[in-house]
Unconditional design. Sequence first.
Length: 404
Amino acid sequence: MLFLSLACLRMPAVNGSGTLGGTAGDLVRLVAMGHGRSRAELARLSGMAPSSVSLRVEELIDAGLLREDGEGASRGGRRPRQLRLHESAGVVVAADVGSHHVRMAVMDLAGRVLLTHELPGEIAEGPEAVTERLAGHVRLTLRQAQVSDLPLLGIGVGMPGPVDPASAKVVAPSRMPGWNDYPVRERLTELLGVRVVVENDANLMAVGEHRYGWPGRDNLMAVKAGTGIGCGIIASGRLHRGRGAAGDISHVPVHAAQRVTCSCGHSDCLEAHASGAALCRTLRAQGIEVSSTGRLVELVNNGVPEVTNLVRNAGRLAGQVLTPLVNFFNPDVVVLGGGLSAAEPFIAAVRGAIYERCLPLATRDLEIATTVTGQDACMLGAGSVVLDEVLTSNWVDETLTPRS
Ligand SMILES: [Zn+2]
């Protein structure tokens, strides 16, 4: 069982007196964040009277949203019991939709992964077919995790293309024919009747890595180098989306020996030279049939020189694009993930390029590392963002309303 820290959950707004508002939802959020482990802590942080907190906590326990567990630290007198989110209050589903697969997990409200599995699926089949199959996968995954009787509170979905944060539509994706402007969120909500959060996969990789792999390293870049190339940014502990395109390094121009036209219409974008898809295409032109980034990495690990040289060159190009970004943003960590990050020559070349050209102050304390959460990074990020959304929504108050 994997525990995903919710310590980075958005904090409810603090009012003028330095305390929080006083709804049942605020109390649940404080428990989820690990700040409010007892009635006394909840009273102090929420600004509610201790008697009101006790009443609300009893309601939340009766409603099956909170439970008491073990004993907290004593400040003299009787030790308080610790409040926790009740695991059976509900579940969320996290889905990482890749070019050729869907990786899916069921998570409880405390962020624990109950079940993970990977299913085949071609993004190129188009939005309608993929979305319907995704809904079927969600139902199947819930049955397999034996949680079909628990409330499904939301679904987090990572897509391998740019996502407009306002509409949750995929916008001008490079390898997703037919997906431009498709209302993924609306369609999934229609099919499953729950809250759906849609986010770019590299952004989700950044969230997953930050929360699970590098908690406390609040300035992080996560590069997803797989079939395509993208990057997600955590700035001051939060996902930085900009207007939706932040971190998109795919279409940064690079200097390359041969001119290649990118899917965006411009010449010599990073993705056109250094993505898994681009490398497979180059090898095919040389008469070497390679069907996927995974197969490409196998050939590198088997020491095939043509493939190793190509992958090393891709790492050098990615490193050259990252160098000014590392100088500019000065992160604590650059995380390298996606299929190509399993090839050591790729990692070495990215590192080499960054250390060669970055300012000493930018690299002095910089960590350049492969993902801690590996192939689960985007999926864990998808779970995190949907849990955030559930716990900051009116769900708790709506759950309590019929009982009060
Ligand atoms: Zn391009």
